[in-house]
Design a protein around this ligand. Structure first.
Ligand SMILES: [Zn+2]
Length: 196
């Protein structure tokens, strides 16, 4: 479920649509949480659905650490990638704002953390754009993402959290916030594909 202070907007002719903030969303805010209405589709079920459905699912879903496709039921599926993403996922089924997101600014996340099936050429246009985004980015860059997540995690309890009722891992998130346990690494999300 996406943060309520968001809406779908046309970004530009290259990127198409995306999600922008309708109000300022401060650092540490949970911007997305996997909820009970999101569809989890196994690879076997996707095969059974056939090609017409596969194209839609592959376009809009991400792959979780079990190798299942997660098709978000709301605008979350329109969040675009940026090599300077303002939302990142720790090793929980949620994303948090790693810096303040201003009204009108696009919410972006890191597709390199979403177990991509195929590399893609990035059009984010950011100074640090990596050019090609690939599944191995999560393993190669996860430590630096964890650093940014760790800085934002300290703000979790001091900013409004409208998505908190939907967080399944409340106790563990609170413990990580209080440093009673480690913040699980973004690399927890990695799906290890069987070698072929
Ligand atoms: Zn980029």
């Amino acid at each position: 479920m996406l943060h309520p202070h968001t809406k779908l907007a046309h970004i530009n002719g290259t990127i198409g649509n995306g999600v922008i903030a309708t109000q300022r969303i401060p650092r540490g805010t949970i911007t997305w949480v996997r909820d009970k209405l999101d569809q989890t589709i196994s690879p076997e079920r996707l095969d059974a659905l056939g090609e017409l459905y596969r194209e839609m699912v592959v376009t809009y879903a991400f792959i979780d650490r079990h190798g299942d496709y997660v098709l978000c039921w709301d605008l979350s599926r329109y969040i675009n990638h940026s090599c300077e993403a303002n939302c990142l996922s720790p090793g929980f089924d949620l994303e948090i704002a790693i810096r303040d997101i201003e009204e009108g600014e696009e919410l972006t996340d890191e597709y390199g953390s979403l177990n991509l099936e195929h590399d893609f050429t990035c059009a984010c246009g950011r100074p640090s754009c990596r050019g090609t985004i690939q599944a191995s980015d999560l393993l190669d860059l996860g430590a630096s993402w964890d650093g940014k997540i760790g800085e934002a995690f300290g703000d979790i309890e001091s900013v409004p959290q409208p998505l908190w009722p939907f967080v399944a891992e409340k106790e563990r998130v609170s413990q990580a916030r209080s440093r009673l346990c480690e913040i699980p690494s973004s690399r927890w999300n990695h799906f290890r594909r069987a070698s072929v």
